[in-house]
Design a protein around this ligand. Structure first.
Ligand SMILES: Nc1ncnc2c1ncn2[C@@H]1O[C@H](COP(=O)(O)OP(=O)(O)O)[C@@H](O)[C@H]1O
Ligand SMILES: [Mg+2]
Length: 359
C-alpha cells in the first residue's frame, strides 16, 4: 500500500497544492510554519477521517474559504485508487473512487498509519483518556467491528448513567432495568477487554527486543490495567451488584472498561515515575515500532509511517536505529526543518520535497 499523490484544496495554509510522485521514503523539509505537519495531517485524515490536531474540522479549512477538500491517490498491487474527504457547512463527505460512502466506518482504514511525533512520544506522561484513545485508534485500524462494540458500550454507559441520575431523584424507579443494562454492558465490555488484552499482549512480544536496541540494559513491558481483569461474566455481574448502591449514590457508572489504562513497566517499575524523560520517549518509540511489526507480521498489513518532526527529539544513533527495524518497502513520510538531521544513506534513497521553494 503506497500513497502516490495528494491534492489539497483550502486545507490549512494550502489554497491549492499537489504533491506528486511519492516514493517509499519521503522527506518533507521546510521552515517552521510552512505547512509540513499539514501534509502529515492530510495523510492521517485520509486513513482515519479525523485529525490528530483538532476535533473541529472548521479549524482546518483555510481562513479565506468555507470548505476543504483532500484527495489521496494510492495503489495496492492492483489498480490505482483514490480517496476524498470534503468538508463544508453541511458536514463531512467521504468518497472511495468517487463513490460516496454512507458511513465513516466504510471509509476509514483503506490504508493504515502509525504516527510518531514529539506529541505522541508524551504518551506515558499523558492522561489515561489519551492512552485509551490511542489504543482504540490502533485496534480499530485492525478490526472494524471494534468501533461498533465501542459505540455500543458508550451508548449503554450513557443510558445507565442517565438512569442512575433519575434513581437519585426518584428512588421508586424499577431497579431491574439496571440488571438488564448491566448484563448488556458486561457482554460488550468483555469483547472490548479481550481486543485490548490481545493487542497489548502482541505489543509485549516485540517491544522488549526493540527497546534493547536503544537501551541495552533495560527491560520493558506494558501492563494492561482493567476493572474487567477477571474476564468472567458472572463475577463481573456480581461485582456490579456489590457496588450498585455506591453507583446510585454517585449517579454514574464507576466500574468498567471506560476506565481502562495501561502502564509501561521499565525494569520492574512504573515508567511514569521511574524513567527519565529521554527513556520515556524511547519506550513509546519502541512501542510504535512494535506496532509496525504487529501490523506487518501478524496482519500482513504494511502501515504507512508518519514521522512528524520526530528527529528533533532524537540523537543520531537513535534516529538511525529506527530504520534498522523498518522494512525498506514500508512507506515513510518524514518532516524536518533541517536535512542535517538525516543521514546520508537515507538521503540517497529519499525523495525530497522542499516546501521553502514553494513560497
Ligand atoms: N485554517 C487555516 N488557514 C490558514 N492557515 C492556517 C490554518 N491553520 C493553520 N494555518 C497555518 O498553516 C501553517 C502551517 O502549519 P504547519 O503545517 O503546522 O507547519 P510546519 O509543520 O511546517 O511547522 C502555519 O503557519 C499555520 O499558522
Ligand atoms: Mg510541524
Amino acid at each position: 500500500m503506497n500513497i502516490t499523490k495528494i491534492e489539497l484544496i483550502n486545507f490549512r495554509n494550502y489554497k491549492k497544492a499537489i504533491f506528486d510522485k511519492f516514493s517509499n521514503l519521503n522527506i518533507i523539509i521546510g521552515k517552521n510554519g510552512v505547512g509540513k505537519t499539514s501534509i502529515i495531517e492530510a495523510i492521517y485524515l485520509g486513513s482515519l477521517a479525523k485529525s490528530f490536531k483538532t476535533n473541529s474540522d472548521d479549524t482546518i479549512i483555510n481562513n479565506e474559504s468555507n470548505s476543504y477538500k483532500i484527495k489521496i491517490y494510492y495503489f495496492d498491487y492492483g489498480p490505482k485508487n483514490n480517496l476524498e474527504i470534503i468538508y463544508d457547512k453541511t458536514g463531512k463527505k467521504t468518497k472511495i473512487n468517487s463513490k460516496l460512502q454512507k458511513r465513516l466506518s466504510d471509509f476509514i482504514s483503506q490504508y493504515r498509519i502509525i504516527m510518531l511525533s514529539p506529541d505522541e512520544l508524551k504518551l506515558i506522561k499523558s492522561s489515561p483518556n489519551t492512552r485509551r484513545n490511542y489504543l482504540n485508534i490502533q485496534i480499530s485500524q485492525l478490526y472494524k467491528e471494534y468501533i461498533h462494540y465501542l459505540n455500543n458500550y458508550n451508548i449503554l454507559i450513557k443510558n445507565k448513567n442517565d438512569y442512575l441520575k433519575k434513581l437519585m431523584i426518584n428512588g421508586n424507579l424499577d431497579i431491574r432495568y439496571l440488571d438488564i443494562i448491566d448484563e448488556k454492558i458486561v457482554d460488550e465490555g468483555m469483547k472490548i477487554y479481550n481486543y485490548r488484552k490481545d493487542y497489548i499482549n502482541k505489543i509485549n512480544i516485540y517491544i522488549n527486543d526493540i527497546f534493547k536496541k536503544y537501551d541495552r540494559n533495560s527491560n520493558i513491558f506494558i501492563q494492561y490495567v482493567s476493572d474487567y481483569e477477571v474476564n468472567d461474566k458472572e463475577k463481573l455481574l456480581k461485582e456490579l451488584k456489590r457496588i450498585r448502591k455506591k453507583e446510585i449514590n454517585l449517579g454514574m457508572t464507576s466500574f468498567g472498561v471506560h476506565r481502562d489504562d495501561y502502564e509501561f513497566i521499565h525494569n520492574e517499575n512504573n515508567s511514569k515515575e521511574y524513567s527519565s524523560q529521554g527513556q520515556q520517549k524511547l519506550i513509546v518509540l519502541a512501542m510504535k515500532l512494535a506496532e509496525v511489526s504487529i501490523f506487518t507480521n501478524d496482519y500482513n498489513i504494511k502501515p504507512i509511517l508518519l514521522l512528524d518532526d520526530l528527529f528533533s527529539e532524537l540523537d543520531e544513533k537513535n534516529r538511525n536505529n529506527i530504520f534498522k527495524s523498518i522494512n525498506k518497502d514500508t512507506q515513510v513520510f518524514i518532516t524536518t526543518t533541517d536535512l542535517k538531521n538525516i543521514n546520508k544513506r537515507l538521503l540517497d534513497r529519499a525523495k525530497i520535497f522542499n516546501l521553502d521553494e514553494r513560497m
